[in-house]
Design a binder for this molecule. Structure first.
Ligand SMILES: [Zn+2]
Length: 149
């Protein structure tokens, strides 16, 4: 089995509504996203001969997805009062509302599925909140089969 990984990063703020600890406060991270693609064989011919896929293409795809969150405030829909959202928008801040709690785990799933929508089938996606802490998302063969139903 061959494996290829690419990484992108972005700076963004978030908070975890309802978290009992300090993560409930607005704070920021230098988020790192790493995606792995696997294949049992390499391309046998053409410009990608000897390659699993064009590394630059995967890197670019990941970079464009990360750019959607770069220098934004990521918040879960419904977790802020409408007046707060309106005030932040009036200040001109870049907001990224998501339909899930913006944890590293959920963001890993978001990147995994966003890559799939771009035609890339990742084996696994990791999201680092700090240099040492990361969450990963991957699908077992059964989960992948269920997702296609
Ligand atoms: Zn955090």
């Amino acid at each position: 089995m061959y494996s290829l990984q690419a990484e992108a990063s972005f700076d963004a703020a978030h908070f975890l509504a309802g978290h009992p600890g300090k993560c409930r406060n607005l704070h920021g991270h230098r988020w790192r996203v790493r995606a792995e693609v696997q294949a049992p064989s390499l391309n046998a011919a053409g410009p990608e001969r000897g390659m699993l896929l064009d590394f630059a293409g995967l890197k670019q795809c990941l970079k464009e997805l990360a750019a959607r969150f770069d220098h934004t405030f990521i918040y879960e829909e419904g977790s802020l009062q409408p007046a707060t959202v309106a005030a932040l928008q009036a200040e001109g801040f870049a907001l990224a509302s998501v339909p899930f709690r913006p944890t590293a785990e959920e963001l890993a799933r978001w990147f995994y599925q966003a890559l799939q929508q771009q035609g890339v089938q990742p084996a696994q996606v990791w999201v680092y909140e700090t240099p040492k802490n990361c969450a990963a998302y991957y699908e077992t063969p059964q989960e992948a089969a269920d997702a296609q139903l």
